[in-house]
Design a protein around this ligand. Structure first.
Ligand code: GCW
Length: 729
């Protein structure tokens, strides 16, 4: 009776600790809510009316499972129904009564398929599904139908979500198909189990015990991903280690692939470009040297022998010290194509990252990827996708979309979002990222005139891309709650949902996630949704308002460091980006500045390149602006900057109030974690505000007007805060 715990904990809270202690005695399996079950909790539906309706609508389930994937889907359905309906719904071989839920796991030869269902199925394609009310032998029933096992799996999770979010089962006619083909997580996980930019413990992959021991958690990881449509996972860090390509490690990878396969998830690996030297004994990794190409071909064949559905390689080359084809005077296309040829016979792909910039290059960092890649458009093999971060710098709280989107019509570009909160408060700050993803996906590139959205580049419709993809840099780890914080799991969820349907709205995603993760009680869902939706903007305000970016401390990227200068590379300092001086602040990227704005399609260079028309959210991204510049609010730039920093702190306080107001509506364990983390966030939002305002004041030389909270410390004190041991480096 897994549902018992939820009820008892609630009862215990209502009437006191005595009951709770009693509950633990009578229900030894009861345990605190710790977030482990994510959005797949399947607790009994608490709304009695809804529960009664569902019970009446689902009398039995017909689901023949003839493959591991279908078995996984069937067991998930059984588990979900048992939990949600708090009842044992019979699984039978044939529909015998009204209210059967029939899962057509293979083409139903014995049953007549109506023409409209046939049409819907055609539309559903390889991974889609149909869920509809459909009479079976004259009796009212519901069907989940698909063309493939994966479609069935996704259909089952969709059906369970209907119940989890209390949707009606009347007159169902749902047809869905993913808009993006490769929906992959990127794990920046090292073989020693540290996770670069990971704030949720260690890597999930226990290489040391693989392939002999398989944690049950591997299955739960795959279930969670399948439930949101993720169909691929890159297991290793883009700052790659060639060891993972040795036979010993490939066997370990195969063991994981065997677990994930039934959940529709393929594994990918990062390919270290110098691997032929490091583990292959060659003297060069030059992609045009035949022995090198042969080495990779053999390596690919070796991998595919044990992992027949291996997805392919993700490559970070000639970026931040990683080896690459340019070490040999070859282009990114020559490097990518050599690897693409190695995996092509097996159906694999190469995801080649466009995150390249060089300190030796005097050009504005924001321009370098575009400069490097647009001349190569059309010269990549058909199984290469170029993976582009959402913005031209690096996952900042806000960036304009990357100018490459729209600029490579002959080369599939895939999106890279960051789920882990490297620049957004890491494990503790609440930053619901769906609004960030949505802002980027809905941006208009104007590549083919007005209405050429980034989402249409990504789903392939704008340029008719033969392949499409979206990657999310994962935030998972060994923490019991997976993501370091209960709320951060919403970002994993949001990524999967948007990869499936890039048009989904943030509010819808938050709504689903809250209902599935906590409760459908509107008294909880509505205020908390509002809180989530405001959280990303709050983080922008107290860190980098008005288009500022890259103001974080060196190395760990956690706290403020607007004063960071010097060191090994100018493009790793803050002063490179904010350019504050006695006159003003901001990076002049207009025509007379670096002209990064010129990389966008018209009319954006004009709109963003002029002070009068640039949206304020991008003001200091594109312009160096005098301190006394008059803003739309009537304030000067200096005053507006202060106003935004304060607004960010105030927004966190509002989040705290909201969260206090829902105390008692959910389990105390998760409530307490969020409460404590919001308190940390409030403290650190003030730290960011005070450090930045005091530092910029040394240039503006203007007072902090009345009505603002005075900084708690001096600038010197903030600057003296030393790097602490921060995870994720
Ligand atoms: O955001 C930066 C991170 C690096 C990361 C790099 C990248 C994996 O600070 O830790 O390296 O981007 O995306 O390659």
């Amino acid at each position: 009776m897994p549902h018992v715990q939820g009820r008892i904990v609630t009862a215990g809270r209502a009437v006191g600790a005595g009951i709770l202690a009693f509950a633990v005695l009578v229900a030894p399996r009861a345990r605190a809510e710790d977030g482990y079950e994510l959005w797949l909790r399947y607790r009994p539906i608490s709304d009695a009316e809804v529960l009664a309706r569902y019970r009446a609508s689902i009398s039995e389930v017909v689901f023949e499972a003839s493959s591991p994937m279908l078995e996984a889907a069937r067991e998930e359905l059984r588990r979900g129904l048992r939990g949600l309906l708090d009842a044992e719904i019979p699984f039978v071989r044939e529909a015998t009564r009204e209210g059967a839920l029939v899962v057509w796991s293979s083409r139903p030869s014995t049953l007549a398929v109506s023409p409209s269902l046939r049409a819907q199925l055609r539309w559903a394609g390889a991974e889609g599904f149909v869920i509809r009310s459909e009479p079976i032998r004259g009796r009212p029933a519901m069907v989940i139908a698909a063309n493939t096992n994966a479609g069935v799996l996704y259909g089952v999770f969709r059906f369970l979500r209907l119940l989890q979010t209390h949707e009606s089962l009347q007159d169902l006619s749902i047809v869905e198909a993913p808009r993006v083909e490769l929906r992959v997580l990127n794990h920046w996980d090292n073989l020693d189990r540290t996770v670069e930019r990971g704030y949720a413990g260690f890597s999930l992959w226990d290489w040391h015990k693989l392939p002999d021991y398989l944690y049950p958690r591997y299955t739960d990881y795959a279930r969670a991903n399948a439930s949101i449509g993720v169909n691929g996972t890159v297991l290793t860090n883009v700052n790659a280690n060639a060891t993972v390509l040795t036979p010993e490690y490939v066997r370990k990878v195969a063991a994981l692939a065997d677990v994930f396969r039934r959940w529709g998830i393929r594994v990918y690996l990062t390919a270290r470009f110098s691997a032929p030297i490091e583990i292959g004994g060659l003297e060069t990794a030059d992609p045009l040297v035949p022995e090198v190409a042969t080495w990779w071909k053999d390596k690919a064949a070796e991998i595919y022998r044990v992992i027949p559905d291996f997805g392919g390689f993700l490559v970070k080359a000639n970026s931040e010290g990683q080896p690459g084809p340019q070490d040999y005077g070859r282009s990114h296309a020559e490097g990518a194509n050599m690897l693409a040829d190695a995996v092509a016979p097996h159906g694999g792909v190469v995801m080649w990252r466009a995150f390249v910039y060089s300190n030796e290059e005097p050009e504005d960092r924001a321009k370098q990827a575009w400069n490097e890649f647009t001349p190569l458009d059309g010269s990549f093999r058909s199984n290469v996708l170029i993976q582009v971060k959402n913005g031209p710098i690096d996952f900042q709280p806000r960036e304009p979309f990357h100018p490459l989107f729209g600029a490579m019509p002959q080369t599939p570009l895939m999106m890279e979002f960051q789920i882990t909160q490297e620049y957004l408060g890491q494990a503790t700050h609440l930053a619901f990222l769906a609004p960030l993803y949505e802002e980027v996906l809905r941006a208009d590139t104007y590549a083919r005139g007005e209405g050429s959205l980034v989402s249409e580049v990504i789903d392939g419709t704008l340029h008719d891309y033969p392949r499409t993809g979206m990657a999310g840099v994962a935030n998972t780890g060994t923490d019991r709650n997976w993501c370091g914080s209960v709320m951060a799991c919403a970002n994993w969820y949001a990524f999967g949902r948007l990869a499936w349907d890039p048009d989904l709205g943030s509010a819808t995603i938050a709504d689903e996630w809250l209902r599935m993760t906590f409760t459908s009680d509107p008294n909880f869902v509505e205020p908390v949704k509002t809180m989530m939706l405001a959280s990303r903007e709050a983080g922008v305000d107290y860190r980098t308002p008005l288009g500022l970016h890259h103001l974080m401390a060196r190395g760990h990227h956690w706290g403020p460091g607007p004063w960071v200068s010097g060191g090994p590379r100018a493009d790793w300092t803050s002063v490179y980006y904010h350019r504050a001086d006695a006159e003003g602040i901001g990076f002049d990227r207009t025509r007379t500045g670096s002209d990064a704005v010129g990389q966008y399609f018209l009319p954006l260079p004009e709109r963003w390149g002029r002070l009068e028309t640039v949206p304020e959210k991008y003001l200091l991204w594109f312009h160096h602006v005098p301190w006394d510049h008059r803003m739309a609010s009537g304030r000067t730039l200096w005053e507006e900057l202060l106003h935004r920093y304060q607004r960010g702190v105030d927004a966190v306080r509002q989040m705290q109030r909201t969260w206090r107001s829902v105390d008692g509506m959910i389990d105390p364990e998760r409530h307490e974690q969020v409460r404590a983390f919001l308190a940390i966030q409030e403290k650190e939002a003030r730290w960011w505000r005070d450090a930045c305002v005091l530092y910029f004041q040394t240039f503006s030389k203007r007072p902090i007007p009345d009505g603002y909270e005075p900084p708690a410390h001096t600038l010197e004190e903030y600057m003296a805060i030393q790097e602490r041991p921060v995870p994720g480096l």
